[in-house]
Design a protein around this ligand. Structure first.
Ligand code: ADP
Ligand code: MG
Length: 342
């Protein structure tokens, strides 16, 4: 099997990377993290799940790094090492014939940043690399009729960014991206706990608090949890009790920023398409859309129906899968203008 070239789809996310293999489905779903030796050498020791397990459990001299931040590659070498390793894991140890790669990219990135995505994919072993805009993939992955003259709005709330786009007739008509996503919510929680309790917590603890108590709407029954961190002044370990109302307040601003981004796009959407969106509703994808009450909050702020995708964190990869499985047909129908050769 290792000798057969396969088409692969790579959804490179700030938090999570997924790989779709033709006829197999999503075979890699791992955090976008690499564990490297500190210093000039910077050899990658582990990537993905393996790297995450080792965070905080390694000897000195290693650092866990996120090679992507806010939707863009911040470390070229590490991203390449990580993708190469994921590809090897996805299709077998020795692939003689290099695969064709279909890679997602956020609408908002610059031409230079986009070229970097293409180059990383080629260095990582792609024989041919095609880039596809992420909101288009998310819409495909939601099963929306993207090739029809019917406007569909997709809001992808990822780790580093939220991407809002209207898709119609096989392409992205209008899009907007803000550097606010799940990580900003984690940061807001950490900042709140520091401000209110003088306790410093790490990003992982902040994320756990968000998953445990976070909501985009005030909860009916208040929930509580104990957090453990370090006193900001004495640096000694300390615990405090927090409740869901406090966390709701802490992440209110990033949630409001997402609503503003959607409004921004709606205001600039041509009338016919805007009326399609009003009729069809807004589709939410990305891990951040799983925040409790996110769909309801957006619906009540905008007065538009909001639908949560069935597998919100897999939509972009499933969209890549749709393209890979149907490429011949799409080519036959002349519906491939969304593919950008890198
Ligand atoms: P990306 O594609 O940018 O890598 P993902 O779509 O994988 O991002 O989403 C990752 C983000 O989603 C993280 O910030 C994570 O904390 C957040 N997330 C995942 N599940 C939930 C949940 N149930 N509630 C709130 N946030 C969540
Ligand atoms: Mg994603």
């Amino acid at each position: 099997m290792g000798f057969v070239a396969r088409d692969l789809g790579i959804d490179l996310g700030t938090c999570n990377t997924q790989i779709y293999v033709k006829h197999k489905g999503i075979v890699i779903n791992e955090p976008t993290i690499t564990l490297v030796e500190a210093g000039n050498n910077r050899r990658a020791i582990a990537v993905g799940d393996d790297a995450r397990i080792m965070i905080g459990r390694t000897a000195e001299g290693y650092i866990a790094a996120r090679p992507m931040q806010e939707g863009v590659i911040v470390d070229f070498d590490l991203t390449e090492i990580m993708i190469e390793s994921f590809i090897r894991k996805a299709i077998g140890v020795s692939y003689i014939v290099h695969p064709r790669l279909f890679v997602s990219y956020p609408s908002s990135i610059s031409a230079i940043e986009r070229r970097a995505v293409g180059e990383v994919a080629r260095y990582a072993g792609g024989r041919k690399v095609y880039l596809v805009e992420k909101p288009f993939l998310s819409a495909l992955g939601c099963g929306l009729p993207v090739f029809e003259p019917n406007g569909c709005m997709v809001v992808d709330i990822g780790g580093g960014t939220t991407d809002v786009a209207v898709v119609s007739l096989g392409g992205v008509v209008i899009s907007h991206s803000i550097r606010v996503g799940g990580s900003k919510m984690d940061e807001a929680i950490a900042a709140y706990i520091r401000r209110e309790f003088d306790i410093g917590i790490g990003e992982r603890t902040a994320e756990e608090v968000k998953l445990d108590l976070g909501s985009a709407l005030p909860l009916q029954g208040e929930r509580r949890a104990r957090i453990r961190g370090k006193n900001a002044v004495t640096t000694l370990p300390e615990t405090a009790e927090i409740n869901s109302t406090q966390i709701y307040q802490a992440i209110r601003e990033p949630c409001q920023a997402i609503v503003r981004a959607i409004k921004w796009v709606l205001e600039r959407t041509p009338p016919e398409l805007a009326s399609d969106v009003m009729h069809n509703g807004i589709y939410l994808t990305g891990g951040g859309s799983l925040l409790y009450g996110m769909d309801q909050m957006i619906a009540s702020e905008l007065g538009i129906r909001v639908l949560l995708a069935r597998e919100p964190m897999d939509c972009a990869a499933l969209g890549l899968g749709y393209i890979i499985e149907n490429l011949d047909l799409l080519e036959h129908l002349g519906r491939t203008s969304f593919l950008k050769e890198a």
